[in-house]
Structure formats: C-alpha cells, structure tokens
Write a protein that binds this ligand. Structure first.
Ligand code: 2P0
Length: 312
C-alpha cells in the first residue's frame, strides 16, 4: 500500500473556464498558495477489483475513475482500491478536488513505481481536476502553458514569503453547482467570458511579479480584483451562479475594516461561501479571531503555507 498527502490550494489569480476539447485544459493561467492546515490523505493498493472510498463512503466517482482509466492507458496498472479522507469539508469551496487528485496521482506513482517527475504528476493531476496540478507543489504555484503542456510549477518557496491564511467557514454543505459544470455554464452563457480570459492573462503576469518581489499591497490588489471579477462572471452566467451567502459578504466587510485600520490582509472567495483572508506573516491568528466573531461564521482555520504533495 502507498499513502500520499496533499493540501488544497487557494487561487490568487483564479482559473475558471476550460479550452474546448478533452484533457481538462484551462483557458487561462492561474496562481495559488498551498494551505498547510487542510489535508487530504489517500491510500492506493492493488486489489481484485477497482473501488473508491471517499471520507469512509464507497463511491462510484466518475472523475476519479476517468483519471485512473486514463493512467491505465499509459502505464501497466492492475485494479486498485483507492481510499481518500479529507480533514475538512468536501466539495464546499475549500478545493478538496485539488488536494484529492494531487494525492491520488502521487499515491499511484509511489505504489506502482512509475517514477514520474513532479511536473509529470502535475500534468496527470490536471486531467483529474485542473486546480490539482497546483497542489503537487508547495508555497506559491502557477498553472500555465509550458512547452506546449499545461502543468504547474513552484513560483516561490513557502519559506521565502511565509504568508498566513485565516479561513472563515460560513457553511459546510456541498456547493449547489460543481465547479466543472459552473465554469462550462460561464463559458457558454456569460457575455463577459471573453473579457475574463483576456484580462486574466494580464492579471497573471501582474501577480507573478508581485509574488517574486514579495509586494503585499500589489498581490492584495490583484487577488481581490481577480476574485471579484470571477464572481461577476459567475453572476452574469445564465442561470446565475451565486456562491455567496450573507456571512460571506459580512466577512468581506470585516476584512475591509481591518485593511482601513492598517492590517495587511486581503480576501479571496472560490466556488463556495467560505472567505479566505490572506495575511502578511504574523497576522493570521488576530485576523482569524476578528473573523470568528462575524455573525454567520461557523468556525475559522488558521494556516501557514503548505508543502507539495508527498508520500508518507
Ligand atoms: C481556482 N476554482 O483557480 C478556481 C477558483 C474555483 C474558483 O479551480 O473542472 O475543481 O475539476 O478542473 O479545479 C475549482 O475548479 O475544476 C477551481 P475542474 P476545479 O482554484
């Protein structure tokens, strides 16, 4: 049996929309931070027949099955039993598919001695879920086209700029529209989709510069812009994709008040109602305490930046 762990990542420049055709290829580049305090643990073993258990429940997960079948087309793989557990809510806007597919590919690689490089594992993880390509790497990761292949890479080591994250959880239930379906709806129905793709290329270049120069104000500005532009795209899709609840908006307001008072923090929100407050080093605990008192916040999680997917 091989066991791998991986952490979810939070995009500061968001991915939303795929290129038409197979292979789960993003329409735009993205940049993320890997979150240490949330973990997926995945075990893979050879078995008489294929099976998948997620959080203790047997599942016929078509995305997991499709990835395993695709890897079977490239490597000699026997039937396998996959067991995966998240120590955080699954499918609720906390990037469980990112950590899930990164851990899965890493465990398959280890169990069957495939000797894949990190960027090869990243390319396979992307085929499961595009954001998973980034969770192969720690710290600050980018997902972009490199030499004709969409893979992720580490942009900056987590110790080089140890940002902190306060996650304000406002609802632990699974999201109403899964991300894959939501982004396809945006691509096919939003009048803003082309502008989203074009402008995200520019945001990505700006954000990469902000990270490599460790410019907190610059990354804060571009990350909040990318987040709000993503949600404008979602709201302009038909039917509209509304992932926020009243507490989501209240937490954003609380972050703005902290900013006015001089705290180095910015918010970002994904396909779910949780707010991630990204803080300069040393500010995570205090920000989490403030956000924990906002009405509607169920709990907070404070985290440093995480390492990439690894075998345990
Ligand atoms: C991101 N999200 O960049 C964006 C921001 C959610 C909002 O990537 O269809 O689970 O499996 O590639 O990666 C969520 O989408 O979607 C996502 P698929 P994925 O983190």
């Amino acid at each position: 049996m091989a066991t791998a762990v991986a952490h979810p990542n939070i995009a500061l420049v968001k991915y939303w929309g795929k290129q038409p055709g197979p292979g789960n290829v993003p329409a735009t580049p993205s940049l993320s931070i890997t979150v240490a305090a949330l973990t997926t643990t995945t075990q893979v073993e050879a078995a008489a027949k294929n099976s998948i258990r997620i959080d203790g429940v047997p599942r016929a997960d078509p995305k997991v099955q499709a990835l395993v079948d695709a890897m079977r087309g490239a490597f000699e793989l026997p039937p396998m039993a996959v067991t995966t557990d998240n120590d955080f809510p699954t499918g609720a806007g906390l990037a469980s598919s990112a950590s899930g597919f990164a851990a899965l590919v890493t465990a398959i690689d280890a169990k069957f001695d495939l000797h894949l490089s990190p960027s090869a594992r990243s390319a396979w993880a992307r085929r499961g879920s595009a954001s998973a390509a980034r969770s192969i790497f720690g710290g600050f990761a980018t997902l972009a086209e490199r030499d004709g292949e969409w893979t992720a890479a580490e942009l900056l080591d987590r110790d080089a700029w140890p940002l902190e994250v306060a996650v304000a959880v406002t609802d632990e239930s699974a999201k109403p529209v899964p991300s894959s379906a939501g982004m396809e709806r945006s691509r096919t129905t939003s009048p803003f989709y082309e502008a989203w793709c074009r402008s995200t290329e520019i945001d990505y270049a700006t954000a990469c510069r902000a990270v490599t120069t460790r410019d907190f104000d610059a990354i804060a500005r571009i990350a909040e812009h990318s987040c709000l532009k993503l949600h404008a795209l979602m709201l302009s899709s038909r039917p509209a994709l509304v992932y926020w609840n009243p507490a989501t908006v209240a937490v954003m307001d609380a972050v703005r008040e902290l900013q006015v008072a001089g705290t180095p923090v910015f918010f970002t929100i994904d396909a779910g109602p949780q707010v991630k407050a990204v803080c300069a080093p040393g500010h995570g605990e205090r920000v989490a305490n403030v956000l924990g008192n906002v009405p509607g916040v169920v709990r907070t999680v404070t985290s440093g930046l995480g390492a990439g997917a690894s075998v345990v």
